[in-house]
Design a protein around this ligand. Structure first.
Ligand code: DAT
Ligand code: MG
Length: 149
């Protein structure tokens, strides 16, 4: 079991996609273990994206992420990190395939609707950053039907 960090970015919130996005993760069989809406501070956004701090798009990325409310989520499941990345699709919405969130709803690289952790270390770092009080422990009974044995 892994827990991954997923965030609907300001464009996804403004475009009214939060419900449809949650539905995709929920119906896939992942378990929602954290959910909060907030307008990220520059400090939070810059820590989250620190790995990109030297990139030319970084100032614009920070301005975008702090421009309005985001919806931060924690999703748990077997291989949840790669499963979530597959649901999300590649960075550039124009290149993302149909059926993925970015493929269905995004037309740009920056305005690409959603973020998902890209590995175990980043997931741990991002979950600690956005959910400092931790995630929710609960049993989703449907997992008896989602997973075999
Ligand atoms: P991903 O979000 O698919 O993990 P990433 O980690 O490489 O992509 O980049 C983080 C975010 O930065 C990405 O979602 C959008 C923005 N970004 C990346 N490359 C960009 C570029 N060439 N121009 C503008 N924004 C970019
Ligand atoms: Mg990334």
């Amino acid at each position: 079991m892994q827990t991954t960090f997923v965030m609907v970015k300001p464009d996804g919130v403004q475009r009214g996609l939060v419900g449809d996005i949650i539905k995709r993760f929920e119906q896939k069989g992942l378990r929602l273990v954290g959910l909060r809406q907030l307008v990220p501070s520059t400090e939070l956004a810059s820590t989250h994206y620190a790995v990109h701090s030297e990139r030319p798009f970084y100032p614009g990325l920070l301005k975008f992420i702090t421009s309005g409310p985001v919806v931060a989520m924690a999703w748990r499941g077997v291989d949840a990190i790669s499963v979530a990345r597959n649901i999300i699709g590649p960075t550039n919405g124009r290149e993302a395939g149909p059926g993925t969130i970015r493929g269905d709803w995004a037309m740009d690289i920056g305005h690409n609707i959603i973020h998902g952790s890209d590995g175990e270390d980043t997931a741990e770092f991002e979950l600690g950053l956005w959910f400092p009080e931790g995630t929710i422990e609960w049993t989703r009974l449907a997992e008896e039907w989602v997973y075999e044995g």
